[in-house]
Design a protein around this ligand. Structure first.
Ligand code: MLT
Length: 408
């Protein structure tokens, strides 16, 4: 009889966002006609930038001609997109990243899970708590953890708490870690890392021969020009870090799907026989076998992000969501809530009111204000007592949600 991957049985209930959707559906079914405002999952709401639409339209027209037709593309992505990224996202910020080191993909959620394919089973893994649940769940699925304890924490993972007491800055692991997941600007807390904070991580990784998996999917939301957008702005990061980026949030591609991962040449890991092996080679091999690339039309759309019009339009999109974040912050603070984040990230992280835990506050807002958010405990045990609101919505919805919440 066919056997299953029993690691899946170690997973906690449903993945957080489908679980929220399930509860929201149950509520809507029981209360038909109620107009819910969704500030839960970080899904964009505003139209795609004009420049991206124009580029995709031109590309689809080209696909309908003999001269402009494209079949399988390179598994790593088209060189014109990789070159635009290398130049504008990295070289212009002083980072030594070449086009060849960029791998175009359909999402950083997928890449941050798929990367485990090329990493060994014995790695000691460190994650922050709370954390983007994909990092933990993908390790569970790949058999890299033990079972979950009562509080939802998995045996053999190192959890680094981030909370108001440590200013949402994780301490370096006490026991040596081989693989460290970092996400800045942070999902879910909205915290951002300074250059010196990232320098400490790079120093730690180099001293311990560890690998940092750096998720920078929200870098476009950084407002302070002195803050780093990429781990490669830190000296020595090329020797210890892989970076994940996405067009989902800056250019509204959550439904269109395009992202990329940077794997520097010369970054190595240890094989079972002790030899140093280049991770670039392994990832290139993995992608060539398991992935056929992002479609041509979408890559042309992503390329348009780097045109002067695309740059102006994506900047306007990011500003729009950041104004939403500012409204959420100020309205909630005025109403007496303690809030964090939302200044360099599209997420506002709220302390739940006295007497309500994360899911209690979720139910309270759903049932009384008809507003959907995300319970902090869904991101990890240390997220208990917190709640996340996403700034991804229309202005009118954000304003009405704030009126509903503050008048409770
Ligand atoms: C979130 O709400 O945390 C996001 O949807 C995460 C994601 O982009 O997968």
């Amino acid at each position: 009889m066919v056997q299953i991957n029993s690691n899946y049985l170690k997973l906690k209930a449903g993945y957080l966002f489908p679980e929220i959707a399930r509860r929201v559906k149950a509520f809507s079914d029981d209360h038909p006609g109620i107009d819910l405002i969704r500030l839960g999952i970080g899904d964009v709401t505003e139209p795609l930038p004009r420049a991206c639409c124009e580029a995709m339209k031109a590309a689809i027209d080209a696909m309908g001609t003999s001269e402009g037709f494209h079949g399988y593309g390179p598994e790593q992505g088209y060189s014109w997109l990789r070159e635009a990224i290398a130049k504008q996202d990295f070289q212009n910020r002083g980072c030594k990243v070449s086009a060849e080191e960029i791998f175009i993909s359909d999402g950083s959620k997928c890449d941050s899970s798929n990367i485990l394919d090329i990493l060994g089973e014995g790695n000691r893994i460190a994650v922050t708590d709370p954390v983007y649940p994909v990092y933990v769940d993908s390790n569970v699925m790949a058999g890299r953890t033990g079972n979950a304890a009562e509080n939802g924490c998995y045996e053999s993972l190192t959890y680094l708490p981030i909370n108001a007491t440590n200013n949402f800055e994780a301490q370096l692991p006490k026991e040596a870690a081989d693989l460290i997941y970092l996400c800045f600007p942070n999902n879910p807390t909205g915290a951002v890392a300074s250059k010196s904070q990232l320098e400490r991580w790079v120093k730690y990784a180099r001293e311990h021969n560890a690998l940092i998996l750096f998720d920078a999917a929200y870098e476009a939301f950084i407002q302070d020009p002195h803050l780093p957008h990429s781990i490669y702005e830190i000296e020595g990061a090329r020797e210890c870090a892989i970076e994940f980026r996405s067009f989902s949030k800056n250019a509204g591609f959550t439904g269109t799907r395009c992202a990329f991962t940077v794997v520097p040449k010369g970054l190595t890991g240890k094989a079972a026989d002790g030899k140093q092996v280049e991770l670039w080679q392994l990832w290139n091999r993995r992608q060539s076998t398991k992935f056929n690339g992002v479609n041509y039309v979408v890559q042309r759309g992503a390329e348009a992000v780097y045109s002067p019009e695309g740059q102006a339009q994506t900047k306007a999109l990011v500003s729009f969501y950041m104004e939403n974040a500012a409204i959420i912050r100020s309205e909630l603070m005025t109403a007496g809530f303690t809030v964090y984040g939302g200044e360099h990230a599209p997420y506002v992280w709220i302390k739940t009111p006295e007497g309500l835990d994360s899911w209690g506050f979720f139910d309270h807002l759903l049932e009384q204000a008809f507003v959907v958010g995300t319970p902090g405990s869904g991101f990890g045990a240390a997220g208990e007592g917190y709640f996340r609101l996403s700034a991804f919505n229309s202005r009118v919805n954000v304003q009405s949600a704030m009126t509903r919440i503050t008048s409770l």
